[in-house]
Write a protein that binds this ligand. Structure first.
Ligand code: PSU
Length: 302
């Protein structure tokens, strides 16, 4: 069976010419940010990738076809669409098989990027172990994906709404390399630092690319997580956010929000409770990740 997969023209050309490509996800567009900032951000992120000498490939499933790179119209339509499915490893094949439309999470974007021969992917923050997971068992499929699909994912860490300690414990258990770019502590999404020490530290895109290639050469399955601290002038201090995250979590509980609804609900409430500051920081950190991802893609042999 062939997979209905289509490449945007500039991505197809980049593949033919060996130009570096950076994959981008679409759940951040449909479930992570409100319209129109979601579409504006997606375009800015694509521009950052281009400025870094790589070609962006935003990934989504549209009417049963896996799109590797979206046109301006497709991006805008997806950004305004209501009730778009959020696709992870469990749902992406069913969505394609039944002619559906959906936005890809980190896990599903890694799967699609790998199918398309793309080795580097930039996002905002990965999913992970939710607070209270000891009773809810809510652990993002992003973690298992990092353990099995050979794509280097650049993020500003796991989202700070999560239990960061448990998230990094699980990544360690799964054998996922967690590389902190340029500092000795893990970043915490909207905040540049956290009390958690860096499992691995690298100071250049070339080193990160070399580590990716060494894993492939050694036959180690899975990818790498590169955690790239938000620029310090754009960050929100963790102390400022802590009570806001706690309030959003209490509200999610009171409303009985669960499973795939948790992350979008929390991000939406934190945006309201910070008067938009969390969104401004989120935009800054994704752009920063796109810049680093373009450098890493440029350092990889094609
Ligand atoms: N990065 C952001 N905002 C987001 C996401 C990433 O800045 O909304 C998305 C990614 O698609 C990630 C998902 O895979 O959040 C995590 O969702 P969950 O916790 O339900 O696995």
């Amino acid at each position: 069976m062939t997979i209905p997969m289509t490449f945007a023209p500039d991505v197809a050309t980049a593949k033919k010419n060996g130009t570096p490509i950076v994959a981008l996800e679409s759940t951040i567009i449909t479930h992570g940010m409100p319209y129109p900032q979601n579409v504006e951000t997606a375009r800015l992120v694509e521009e950052e990738v281009r400025a870094g000498g790589a070609v962006p490939a935003t990934i989504a499933v549209l009417n049963g076809t896996l799109h590797i790179g979206l046109t301006d119209v497709e991006l805008d339509t997806l950004g305004q669409a209501q009730n778009v499915a959020k696709l992870s490893r469990a749902d992406i094949a069913a969505c394609i098989a039944t002619g559906g439309t959906g936005a890809t999470t980190v896990a599903a974007t890694m799967i699609a990027a790998h199918l398309a021969g793309i080795k580097v992917f930039a996002t905002g923050g990965i999913g992970g172990v939710h607070k209270g997971a000891e009773t809810t068992f809510d652990i993002s499929a992003d973690l298992n994906e990092l353990a099995q699909t050979p794509v280097t994912v650049v993020a500003a860490g796991a989202k700070a709404i999560l239990d960061l300690e448990k998230t990094y414990e699980v990544l360690e258990t799964l054998g996922v390399p967690v590389i902190v770019y340029g500092q000795d502590t893990l970043p915490a999404f909207w905040s540049a630092t956290s009390p958690l020490p860096a499992p691995l530290r690298m100071d250049s895109a070339a080193d990160i690319a070399a580590a990716h290639e060494m894993r492939v050469a050694m036959g180690l399955p899975g990818g790498q997580l590169v955690t790239n601290p938000i620029p310090s002038d754009a960050q929100i201090p963790a102390e400022t956010l802590a009570p806001i995250i706690a309030q959003a979590l209490t509200e999610a509980d009171a409303h009985g929000i669960s499973a795939k609804g948790v992350t979008p609900f929390l991000l939406g409430r934190i945006l309201e409770l910070t008067d938009g500051a969390s969104l401004t920081a989120n935009i800054a950190l994704v752009r920063n990740n796109a810049r680093l991802a373009a450098q890493i893609a440029g350092s990889l042999a094609t």
